[in-house]
Design a protein around this ligand. Structure first.
Ligand code: UDX
Length: 448
C-alpha cells in the first residue's frame, strides 16, 4: 500500500514513520524545503524519544521519503493523511486555512480514488469542509473522480508518541462508506496485535471523540487539583485520597495526580475549542468552563505558597527552578505552568535560575534573558532562597539533599508535583511545601 502524509510536524512525522514501520510505502510532504532536506538525512526536528532511530531505519529500508511536492506524493497512493497545523485564529478558534488549502490541492491533482483522512485536531464538522473543498476543485477541473473523506483523531502523548502509535489503546476512525472502511482496516490491521479495538463510527462522532477524550482527562486533573487544595485546608493528605479513590475501578488510578495544572499543546486548546463549539450551538458546557478556570488558578498555586512564605516583595530573592517543559520527556513549553510561575515571581522582583534536562534551548527562545540558565540541577541551587520543582523529570527524583542544603541560602522547597516524601523532608530539615499535603516547617523538624 502507498500513503501520503501531508505535514511533517509532530503528528505527521510520527504517523508517517510508524506506518512505514509496518511495511507501507509512505511519502511525507512539507512546504518547508529546509525541513524536508533535514528529514531526508534522518534528522528529526522535534524531541520525541525513539523517533529518530525508527525514522533512520525506515529511510534506510526505502519505505519513507520526503518531498515538497504534494502532486507527486499523492500520485499512486490509496490514502492521504492531512496532518498540517491548525494554529489558533485571532479569536482562539482553530484556523483551518492550512487543512482546507491542502484539501484543495489534493482536489487539483488527484487522478484516482483516495481516502482523504483528517488527522489534525479539528472542530467537529471539518471533514465535511474538506470534502466540499476537494469536490469544488474536481468540479472546476471538470472531472469526476470518486473519493471518501475520513476522520482519524490521534491520541498520542508527547514523550511516548511512538509507543502510543505502535500500541494504541484504540484507534478511532470516522467513515462514510464501506470502501473507505476497507482501506482504513488494511492500514491499521498491523497495530491491532495487542487486541485493542479499531472503532469505526460516523464522522461527527469520531471528531467529537477526540475532544471528549481530552476534555475528560483535563476534567480528572482539574478535579483532583481542586480536591488537593481542599485536602490542605481540612488537613487531609491527597496522596492517600488519590489511592483511596483510584482503587475503585470505575474511577481508575491514572490521570488523578494533582500538580501545578495541565499544559501542552492539546488539553488547553481542546477544552477551549469544545466550550466554544458548544456555545455556538447554544449549549453551555459548565463543567468544562470550570475545568479551565481551576486549571488557570492551579498554575499559580505555588506562587501563592511562595507569597505566604516570603511575603509579596521578592526583591533580592533567588529562586532555583527544576523543570521548564510542561511535562517530562519533552522540550515543549506551550502553556507550561513554569511560564506563569516565572512571570508572577519576576513581577514581584525575584531572580530565577532554572534547569531543564531538554527544554533549555526552547526556554531561551521564549524567555530570553529574563531568567538565568543553570548548567545542571545543582548549579540551580547556588545561593537560592528556595527551590521550586515544576516538572517531575526522573533525574529530580533522588537528588543529594545534603549537597542542595550546602549550596542553598535557605532550605526551602516548593514541590509542584509531589515528588518527595514529606516525612523524609522533615527528617532532612527542609521547609517543604507540596500539593494537597501539609506543609513541613524546618524549625519543627529534628535534624538527623
Ligand atoms: C494529551 C493526551 O494525553 C493525548 O491523548 C492527546 O493526543 C494530546 O494531549 P500530552 O499533551 O502529550 O497528551 O500530555 P499528557 O501526558 O496527557 O499530560 C497533559 C498534562 O496533564 C501535563 O501538563 C501533565 O503534567 C498533566 N497531568 C497529567 C497532571 O497534572 N496530572 C495527571 O495525573 C496527568
Amino acid at each position: 500500500m502507498n500513503i501520503a502524509v501531508i505535514g511533517t510536524g509532530y503528528v505527521g512525522l510520527v504517523t508517517g514513520t510508524c506506518f512505514a514501520e509496518t511495511g507501507i510505502n509512505v511519502t511525507c510532504v512539507d512546504i518547508d524545503k529546509k525541513k524536508v532536506d533535514m528529514l531526508r538525512n534522518g534528522e528529526v526536528p522535534i524531541y520525541e524519544p525513539g523517533l529518530d532511530a525508527l525514522l533512520e531505519r525506515n529511510i534506510d529500508k526505502g519505505r519513507i521519503s520526503f518531498t515538497t511536492s504534494l502532486q507527486k506524493a499523492i500520485k499512486d497512493c490509496d490514502a492521504v493523511f492531512i496532518a498540517v497545523g491548525t494554529p489558533p485564529d485571532e479569536d482562539g478558534s482553530a484556523d483551518l486555512k492550512y487543512v482546507l488549502g491542502v484539501a484543495r490541492e489534493i482536489g487539483q491533482h488527484m487522478e484516482d480514488y483516495k481516502v482523504i483522512i483528517t488527522k489534525s485536531t479539528v472542530p467537529v464538522g471539518t471533514s465535511f469542509k474538506v470534502k466540499a473543498a476537494v469536490e469544488e476543485e474536481l468540479v472546476s477541473r471538470g472531472v469526476r473522480i470518486p473519493f471518501d473523506v475520513a476522520s482519524n483523531p490521534e491520541f498520542l502523548k508527547e514523550g511516548s508518541a511512538v509507543d502510543d502509535f505502535l500500541k494504541p489503546d484504540r484507534i478511532v476512525v470516522g467513515i462514510e462508506s464501506k470502501r473507505a472502511e476497507k482501506v482504513m482496516n488494511r492500514l491499521y490491521k498491523p497495530f491491532l496485535m495487542n487486541g485493542h479495538p479499531l472503532l469505526f463510527m460516523d464522522i461527527f462522532s469520531s471528531e467529537m471523540t477526540k475532544y471528549a477524550a481530552n476534555s475528560m482527562l483535563a476534567t480528572k486533573i482539574s478535579f483532583m487539583n481542586d480536591i488537593a487544595n481542599l485536602c490542605e485546608l481540612v488537613g487531609a493528605n491527597v496522596d492517600l485520597v488519590r489511592k483511596g479513590i483510584g482503587s475503585d475501578t470505575r474511577i481508575g488510578n491514572k490521570f488523578i495526580y494533582p500538580g501545578t495544572g495541565y499544559g501542552g499543546s492539546c488539553f488547553p486548546k481542546d477544552v477551549q475549542a469544545l466550550v466554544r463549539t458548544a456555545d455556538e450551538y447554544g449549549h453551555s458546557l459548565e463543567v468544562l468552563k470550570a475545568v479551565e478556570a481551576v486549571n488557570y488558578r492551579q498554575k499559580t498555586t505555588l506562587v501563592e505558597k511562595i507569597k505566604k512564605h516570603f511575603g509579596e516583595n521578592l526583591k533580592g530573592k533567588q529562586f532555583g527552578m527544576w523543570g521548564l517543559a510542561f511535562k517530562p520527556k519533552t522540550d515543549d513549553m506551550r502553556e507550561a505552568p513554569s511560564l506563569v510561575i516565572i512571570e508572577q515571581l519576576k513581577a514581584m522582583g525575584a531572580n530565577i535560575r532554572a534547569y531543564d534536562p531538554v527544554a533549555m534551548e526552547e526556554a531561551e527562545r521564549i524567555l530570553g534573558n529574563s531568567i538565568e540558565y543553570a548548567k545542571d540541577e545543582y548549579d540551580v541551587a547556588i545561593d537560592a532562597d528556595a527551590l521550586i520543582v515544576v516538572t517531575e523529570w526522573s533525574e529530580f527524583r533522588m537528588p543529594n539533599f545534603r549537597i542542595l542544603q550546602k549550596l542553598m541560602n535557605e532550605q526551602t522547597i516548593f514541590d509542584g508535583r509531589n515528588v518527595y516524601d514529606p516525612e523524609e523532608m522533615e527528617e532532612i530539615g527542609f521547609n517543604y511545601y507540596s500539593i494537597g499535603r501539609a506543609a513541613i516547617k524546618a524549625e519543627e523538624s529534628v535534624e538527623v
